[in-house]
Design a protein around this ligand. Structure first.
Ligand code: GUN
Length: 278
């Protein structure tokens, strides 16, 4: 039976560190969160980000824009926030409504305030290992792996999913810690066989219960990035928890695994942004 990796506890410790550093240093840090439209999942995430800011002593500024917002309006807001000294970090919650060009929006955010690390400049810095902002979800996964006490160095690491937000930067962070990294995707042949090689398996597919026990090596560390809402309203990961937890050595639950970590790293990045801008 796998040991459960407690994302709530690990994320709480990180947020406490951020809170203590802010309290002791007297640094003032501010995060602007922009949400466009009425996506209920985005609303929940944004509320959680605001709550985390409150806990850490970070000022949060919310901009809730209507569904029909134009590119011009959104870019003008970003320009204003880029020039606002009270705003150290800017986060535009994704996905955006169809009429908005996500890539152009991300590129408009000043790289120094891009606490999501989505801007090309920050992605490039992650690639060469010279980064100030950690990509929030992958960095959160790395913290969870570290919390097991298992070293990544020399391990077979398999990442399922190649998104710009999770899969690709996750592979980079594992590589920086000397993992032997394979990235799988929808065209991968013999997926189960490749996954079974993994000492560390990261699932970022976006499909409920996609990873089954036959895809997991005995004793592996299994990190489940998926947050899927089922028809009955329940949250479920990309990993079939009941059967995989019988075989893995370590596993993250959903909810309470990777989800809270993303927000904790965001708090850390906002503090870093404030320090850089001082
Ligand atoms: N939507 C889902 N995850 C994220 C995230 O980490 N950052 C932003 N900005 N939007 C998201």
């Amino acid at each position: 039976m796998a040991q459960i990796i407690d994302g709530k506890a690990v994320s709480a410790a990180i947020k406490e560190q951020v809170r203590d550093e802010i309290a002791h240093s007297g640094i003032s840090a501010g995060l602007a969160v922009v949400i466009v439209g009425n996506d209920p999942a985005s609303r929940v995430y944004v509320n959680n980000k605001k709550k985390a800011c409150e806990f850490c002593g970070i000022k949060s500024f919310e901009y809730a824009l209507p569904e029909e917002t134009t590119m011009k309006e959104l870019l003008e807001l970003i320009d204003t926030l880029n020039n606002d000294k009270n705003v150290n970090g800017i986060l535009v919650q994704l996905p955006l409504p169809k009429q908005l060009d996500e890539k152009a929006v991300i590129e408009r955010i000043s790289p120094q305030k891009d606490v999501d690390a989505f801007h090309e400049t920050n992605v490039g810095k992650i690639m060469i290992g010279n980064y100030s902002f950690l990509p929030c979800t992958p960095a959160g996964c790395m913290e969870l792996i570290h919390s097991t006490g298992i070293s990544v160095s020399g391990k077979e690491c398999v990442v399922i999913g190649r998104s710009n937000i999770v899969g690709k930067p996750m592979a980079m962070l594992l590589l920086h810690e000397n993992g032997t990294v394979t990235v799988c995707h929808s065209r991968t042949k013999n997926l189960a066989e490749v996954c079974r090689r993994a000492d560390i398996l990261v699932a970022a597919v976006g499909k409920p219960n996609f990873v089954t026990a036959d895809m997991v090596k005995e004793g592996a560390v299994v990190i489940d990035v998926g947050i899927n809402r089922l028809e009955n309203g329940k949250l479920c990961g990309d990993v079939k928890f009941d059967e995989v937890s019988e075989k893995a050595g370590w596993i993250t639950p959903v909810p309470g695994g990777v989800g809270p970590m993303t927000i904790a790293v965001l708090m850390k990045n906002t503090l870093t942004a404030a320090k850089i801008q001082k």
